[in-house]
Design a protein around this ligand. Structure first.
Ligand SMILES: Cc1cc2nc3c(=O)[nH]c(=O)nc-3n(C[C@H](O)[C@H](O)[C@H](O)COP(=O)(O)O)c2cc1C
Ligand code: SF4
Length: 518
């Protein structure tokens, strides 16, 4: 029987040499006349082990990694095709603790299947949610999503079912489903991994959203920096259309739904939903004032659902297994699972899907294994560039929307970026202001001008110029930006700045400069 060898086509694996490994493996298989084939899968999310090569054996998949092209010959010599021992052998993939301890609902198939095989997708439980949805009343689908407790994974944590209900109940000759795949947050890659590793789950989620709300057209808005995701999504859409999953009659039903991928140039503010809509309409990515809400007047002034990739990709399992199944995971008002993206200075970086409720300390110290540098952790920024820096003293905070908010932080898109004790938090605060200044859409003054002044004030503190007065000025400026900005770019930049100043005051009191003349 032909042996299947899995080598990821995920961008993270490619960046670490997966293409060279796949080429070397294909050449070696041909040269040795072996009965084996290569499947280009998504990543399992254990980035420190990429490129992770797996072989399907009768006992399950066996993993090897990180593999370099030069390792291919010795792997085959050792008996790779039967999952034999080798210094790079990691044992059965599913038994690797990082993977074994996860609860993979949204990422259930990522890394397991051939991303562009609809048969593989179906064989692993795909399309069951959509099959159920096309036989349900739209109100019942919306009720199921509402009862699951699913909240938007893009950042704001707004209940997905409520958003869908608003669009369902808003009259409109044309309605749209827009998938926010801009993924601009620092240290985040969950959206990309789904698009590259299991694109059909996003297509299925968007089709369910369409059936539930009466929208017949969907757009995946992503950025030009994601060429592999764009290629995979585009191909998957064509395959789904040819198979009747998309089109005039979704899975043979009376519902029509089709979709396409649109690419932005890659501006952080184009991830903000109204700015995204402008960009999608071919305009400059300028934030729109709300109301009207996109659910009432969104894309081309039509009722529009805008959801993050992970929100939409979590819907198929909810429809398949039921709201109660999903809601049973998690804590408080944070229900279900969340794909944590562990990045920065961390030993075991990658994607870890788990129920809400693990503490930040468990995530960083136990799952992540501490810093890659081996130095003590100083700060962890959760929630992207607008997220707060948490010190070790806050490591008992459970991963939960409300628990993070209570400590002046946010979960955002669940990006976790770790810094060791060499980080200078004043520099990080300055960076937050600079980032805001560079990425500001320019519509409102507190953000456009405030961020520029913020950089100057941070520089003055660093230079030892009236530090106390300038620290007060920085706090005052943050207050103005927080309450006076139109959107969360200006409004949340104070989170990283104020958390840095509050938790790491020593970095904001640099030693006075020594006069060279003395
Ligand atoms: C500056 C800024 C950038 C944002 N970037 C993203 C992004 O890259 N992806 C995303 O899904 N949401 C992003 N959001 C949040 C969106 O505005 C919106 O809340 C989200 O797409 C709604 O989907 P959800 O309810 O499924 O989370 C951003 C918000 C702001 C203010
Ligand atoms: S806060 Fe910044 S990004 Fe948001 S609308 Fe105002 S200027 Fe634009």
């Amino acid at each position: 029987m032909t042996v299947k060898i899995y080598i990821p086509r995920d961008a993270a694996a490619l960046a670490l040499g997966a293409e060279k490994v796949a080429t070397a493996m294909a050449e070696a298989i041909a040269a040795r006349g072996l009965d084996a084939m290569i499947v280009r899968n998504g990543s399992r999310g254990m980035h420190w082990l990429e490129p992770l090569v797996e072989v399907a054996t009768a006992a399950g998949r066996v993993a090897y990694g990180p593999v370099k092209a030069r390792d291919v010959a010795s792997l085959l010599d050792a008996g790779l095709l039967s999952g034999a021992a080798h210094p790079l052998c990691l044992g059965k993939t599913e038994e690797i603790p990082f993977l074994k301890q996860q609860t993979r609902l949204t990422f259930a198939r990522c890394g397991l299947i051939d991303p562009l095989s609809l048969d593989d997708y179906r064989a692993h439980g795909g399309l069951r949610g959509l099959e159920k949805a096309v036989a349900m009343q739209p109100q019942a689908i919306v009720a199921e999503v509402t009862e699951s407790g699913l909240r938007g994974r893009g950042g704001a944590g707004f209940p997905t079912g409520i958003k869908w209900k608003t669009v369902l109940e808003t009259a409109g000759a044309q309605k749209y489903i827009v998938c926010n795949a801009d993924e601009g947050d620092s240290g985040t890659f969950a959206d990309r991994m789904i698009m590259e590793g299991d694109p059909f789950v996003l297509i299925e989620g968007m089709a369910i959203a369409g059936v539930a709300t009466g929208a017949t057209k969907g757009y995946v808005y992503t950025r030009s920096e994601y060429p592999h995701a764009i290629a995979a999504m585009t191909q998957a859409i064509e395959i789904a259309r040819a198979a009747g999953v998309l089109g005039q009659s979704v899975l043979g039903s009376a519902h029509a739904f089709d979709m396409e991928v649109r690419t932005g140039a890659g501006a952080y503010v184009c991830g903000e939903e109204t700015s995204l809509l402008n960009s999608l309409e071919g305009k400059r990515g300028l934030v729109r004032a709300k109301p009207p809400l996109p659910a009432h007047k969104g894309l081309f002034d039509c009722p529009t659902v805008i959801n993050n990739v992970i929100s939409l990709a979590s819907v198929p399992v909810i429809l398949d297994k039921g709201a109660a199944f999903y809601r049973d995971f998690g804590m408080g008002r944070s229900r279900g699972t969340i794909p944590l993206q562990i990045a920065g200075n961390i030993k075991h970086g990658g994607l870890y899907e788990t129920a809400f409720g693990l503490t930040l300390g468990e995530i960083v110290d136990e799952i992540g294994g501490g810093t890659a540098s081996g130095r003590p952790v100083k700060a962890v920024q959760v929630g992207g560039p607008l997220g707060a820096y948490f010190p070790r003293a806050l490591f008992d905070t459970p991963f939960d929307y409300e628990a993070f908010a209570a400590k002046d932080g946010l979960i955002g898109h669940a990006g976790i970026v770790v810094f060791d004790d060499t980080a200078d938090m004043l520099k990080q605060a300055r960076f937050a202001m600079e980032f805001c200044a560079v990425e500001s859409c320019g519509k409102c003054t507190p953000c456009r001008i405030g961020s520029m002044r913020g950089v100057e004030v941070a520089d003055n503190i660093a230079a030892g110029i009236e530090p106390e007065k300038n620290r007060e000025l920085l706090a005052d400026l943050c207050n103005t930006m927080k309450f006076g900005s139109l959107c969360a770019l200006g409004g949340f930049t104070p989170y990283p700045v104020m958390s840095a100043m509050t938790h790491f005051p020593e970095d904001f009191s640099p030693a006075p400069a020594v006069d060279a003349a003395e």
